[in-house]
Design a protein around this ligand. Structure first.
Ligand SMILES: *Cc1c(COP(=O)(O)O)cnc(C)c1O
Length: 374
C-alpha cells in the first residue's frame, strides 16, 4: 500500500508542544509563534510574517487589508483551490478567471491585461506545485494599472522566482501548513506583509479588530475595538508543532527533491506522445511540493488511476475549474478556459512524501508506463 500523502514528523513536535503547555501560555503570539515568524523573516527576507490558523484565513486577511468591496474585480486563475476565490467573494468581489498556460497550470499572465477594467482591484497569483508564475509580467501590469498583487503561495515554500523567494514579491502573500504541504502543523498558515502600508492594520485584523498586539508591546495603555477583524491567530500548540518542522526544513526539501528527480528521470523520454511532465520555466525553481502528470485524455487518466489502485497505490487528480463550479458557474462571464479544463480532466498527482522510497517510485512509474504501452 502506498498512500498519496503521509504527514512528516521530525520527532520533536510533541516535546515542543509539551514545552508550550508547561510555559503556561498556550494562546497565540507566544514564544513559538515569534520563533516561527522570525525564522521566515530571516530566511526569506519577508518584511513581516504573521502565523494564521490556515492559508484560507491569510487570504481572507489579505482581502480585508485590500479593502475589497462589492463591485470590485479580482483577477485569478480558475485552476486553484476554492479558498483563493472565496476569500475575495466573502468581501463582495467579482472574480475574473484567467486560463492556465499550455505548458503548466499556472495562470497565463499574458491574458491578464485584456481583463483589467477600472474596477480591477487585485491580481491573485497561485504558484501551482510551488512553481513560480511569471511575476515580471504580473508586476509590470500591476504597476501600470495601480493594482495590488497577492501571492497564493500555499504550495510555494522554499521556491524562487529569478532568485527571489516566492511570497516576497506581491504586496501580500499567503502560505499553508496544512498536512498535505511540505512543512506542516495539521492546519495552519501565514500571512506575509511585504508592503509597509499594511503592517499596522494586519495585526489588528488578526486580533479580532483590536489593538491588543500594541497593548502587549506597551505601545498603548489599554486595548479596544478599532477595526473589523476576526480570530485569525493560531495557538502556541500549533506554532510549537510547526517550529519542530522548520528545524528540519533543509532535510525535508533535500529528500523531497531527490524523490521528485527520481520520478522525472524514470519518465524522461518515455511515452512522450501520451503524457506530459511538469514544466519549470527558466525563471522558476522546483520545491518538490508535487509530482504530476498530464495525460492526453480523461479516459487515459482514469485507466492509470485504476491500474495504480489495483496495486494499492493511491493517486489523485486535482482542482475542478472554479469557473465551472456549482457555486460560480452562473457568475462567470462565459469565457472558455480550455487549458484549465484540460488540467481538470487530465492532470494526475502521484504519491509524494518524505517517507516514500526510491523503490516505491520505481514501482509506481513501472505500473504507469506499462499501462500506457498496452
Ligand atoms: C492548500 C491550499 C490552500 C488552502 O490552504 P489551507 O491552509 O488549507 O487553508 C489555498 N490555496 C492553495 C493553492 C492551496 O494549495
Amino acid at each position: 500500500m502506498i498512500p498519496f500523502n503521509k504527514p512528516y514528523f521530525s520527532g520533536k513536535e510533541t516535546a515542543y508542544i509539551e514545552e508550550a503547555v508547561h510555559s503556561g501560555k498556550i494562546s497565540g503570539d507566544g514564544m513559538f509563534t515569534q520563533r516561527c515568524q522570525a525564522f521566515f523573516e530571516r530566511r526569506y527576507g519577508f518584511k513581516k510574517c504573521l502565523l494564521t490558523t490556515s492559508c484560507t484565513d491569510a487570504l481572507e486577511m489579505a482581502a480585508i487589508l485590500l479593502d475589497i468591496k462589492e463591485g470590485d474585480e479580482v483577477i485569478m486563475p480558475s485552476y486553484t483551490f476554492v479558498s483563493t476565490a472565496n476569500a475575495f467573494v466573502l468581501r463582495g468581489a467579482k472574480i475574473v478567471f484567467v486560463d492556465s498556460t499550455a505548458e503548466n497550470p499556472n495562470m497565463d499572465t499574458l491574458a491578464i491585461e485584456a481583463l483589467i477594467t477600472p474596477r480591477t482591484k487585485a491580481i491573485v497569483v497561485v504558484h501551482y506545485a510551488g512553481i513560480a508564475c511569471d511575476m515580471k509580467q504580473v508586476l509590470a501590469m500591476a504597476e501600470t494599472h495601480g493594482i495590488f498583487v497577492v501571492e497564493d503561495a500555499a504550495q510555494a515554500i522554499e521556491s524562487f522566482h529569478e532568485g527571489k523567494p516566492l511570497g516576497s514579491i506581491g504586496h501580500l502573500a499567503a502560505f499553508s501548513f496544512h498536512e498535505t504541504k511540505n512543512i506542516i502543523s495539521g492546519e495552519g498558515g501565514m500571512l506575509v506583509i511585504n508592503d509597509e502600508r499594511f503592517l499596522h492594520r494586519a495585526e489588528i485584523i488578526r486580533e479580532k479588530g483590536t489593538n491588543r498586539s500594541q497593548f502587549f508591546r506597551g505601545e498603548v495603555d489599554k486595548y479596544g475595538w478599532v477595526d473589523i477583524g476576526s480570530s485569525f491567530l493560531p495557538s502556541e500548540i500549533i506554532a510549537a508543532f510547526l517550529y519542530a518542522q522548520l528545524e528540519n526544513l533543509d532535510d525535508i526539501q533535500m529528500k523531497r527533491k531527490s524523490l521528485w528527480n527520481q520520478y522525472m528521470n524514470r519518465f524522461a523520454g518515455k511515452a512522450e506522445s501520451t503524457l506530459s511532465l511538469p514544466y519549470i520555466p527558466e525563471y522558476a525553481t522546483n520545491n518538490a511540493h508535487m509530482f504530476y502528470l498530464v495525460f492526453q485524455s480523461e479516459i487515459q487518466r482514469g485507466k492509470v488511476i485504476s491500474a495504480l489502485r489495483n496495486k494499492g497505490i493511491h493517486s489523485v487528480f486535482h482542482y475542478i475549474s472554479l469557473h465551472k463550479s456549482e457555486f460560480y458557474k452562473d457568475k462567470h462571464d462565459g469565457r472558455d478556459l480550455i487549458h484549465t479544463d484540460r488540467y481538470t480532466d487530465c492532470l494526475l498527482r502521484l504519491p509524494m512524501y518524505y517517507e516514500l522510497s526510491i523503490e516505491d517510485i520505481d514501482r509506481i512509474t513501472d505500473i504507469i508506463l506499462s499501462n500506457l504501452e498496452e
